[in-house]
Design a protein around this ligand. Structure first.
Ligand code: ADE
Length: 342
């Protein structure tokens, strides 16, 4: 099991961690995340829902209702969980569906939560079934039922929990069971960010990193970031290196174009894997319809990677469509790849 506890205090802007952050998380990237609702750019409707719910819960002196976020990776689900804990001035415990293998893992976490604390479960659709069933009474009545023995000797004991807020995140809401989904009071989908929101995000990040960025550089980065803040920040770091070593350190359209050409990112922000996906559908399967398993096998990629990471943006841009008989490449995809239909 791999989880962390972060404490948010109302006096401090930042976070005080009592366990290490995951080794693969770059502290510089984490520093770019907004810490409070007022710093958050984009997703205006989701923010308004949260602002009202947080304010109301604080006025009543209650824990926030359980919140479920749905959407492709990199759109801010984890960041919003941190912000919720910060705004509620409570502790945040972070874990994920696949990290909770046994009921005991979950019970260990739930029994450590204080009143109002936030438990963030990423990839909640991947919780084992037995663990998920423990969550139902925990979410609904703030208690856990322990069952001892089996058959006619079975006895149960109810353990009371402090009222807490579960924040679940999923890239696949369809895989969530109805009983779990129905226990969330707030359910919001995060959508891809607009280029103008991404421009504001990249300007904010550049300011935090003390990087000189020109309007055309910010606009170009925003255009190529697949509607995703995590990507715009990653690209900013690649361009920072390029501008520092090959130019005068300024982030301009020219440096963005040159740096991203090296990364294989095209003018729409498609990555080499996105283009391989489209080329496979077009060249191997005559533009489709083709099942995702067949595309994954041809690309030698894991189906989940394609469904979670590649397809959402290709669907958003209209380069593919999903039909009952499989995926199809659209005319826009052919035009983008400068191909003609056979
Ligand atoms: N950094 C990453 N995502 C952000 C957002 N939505 N607003 C501001 N800064 C961000």
């Amino acid at each position: 099991m791999n989880d962390q506890i972060l404490t948010y205090s109302s006096e401090k802007q930042g976070i005080v961690t009592n366990t290490a952050l995951p080794m693969d998380s770059d502290p510089e990237m984490i520093s770019l995340r907004p810490h409070c609702l007022s710093d958050y750019i984009g997703q205006a409707e989701v923010l308004e829902t949260l602002k009202i719910a947080i304010e109301a819960a604080k006025q009543r002196g209650e824990a926030l209702e359980h919140v479920l976020f749905h959407g492709p990776p990199g759109l801010g689900k984890t960041t919003l969980a941190h912000i919720i804990a910060h705004e509620m001035s409570t502790k945040l415990m972070v874990t994920s569906g696949p990290a909770i293998e046994k009921g005991g893992d979950l019970i260990g976490m739930l029994t450590h939560l204080e009143t109002g604390d936030v438990l963030f479960v990423d990839e909640i659709h991947r919780l084992p079934r037995a663990v998920e069933e423990l969550l139902y009474p925990a979410m609904e009545d703030f208690c856990i039922d322990f069952i001892f023995d089996k058959g006619i000797h079975a006895r149960s004991h109810r353990f009371r929990l402090k009222p807490f807020c579960l924040v679940g995140a999923t890239t696949r809401v369809g895989l969530l069971s109805a009983p779990l989904r129905d226990r969330f009071g707030i359910f919001r989908s995060l959508d891809f960010y607009t280029p103008s929101d991404l421009e504001r995000i990249v300007r904010r990040s550049a300011a935090l990193l003390a990087l000189p960025i020109e309007n055309d550089g910010a606009a170009e980065l925003a255009k190529r970031s697949r509607g995703t803040p995590r990507i715009v920040n990653r690209l900013l770091k690649r361009v920072r290196d390029y501008a520092q070593v090959r130019a005068d350190g300024r982030i301009t359209r020219k440096t963005v174009n040159a740096a991203l050409a090296l990364e294989g990112i095209d003018e729409m922000g498609l990555t080499p894997l996105d283009r391989r996906y489209l080329m496979t559908v077009i060249e191997y399967y005559a533009g489709g319809p083709v099942g995702i398993e067949a595309v994954a096998a041809t690309l030698q990629e894991v189906t989940d990677t394609l469904v979670d990471l590649v397809e959402p943006f290709l669907l958003k841009t209209g380069f593919i469509i999903r039909t009952s008989s499989g995926r199809k490449a659209t005319d826009a995809a052919y035009r983008h790849l400068k191909l003609t239909r056979a």
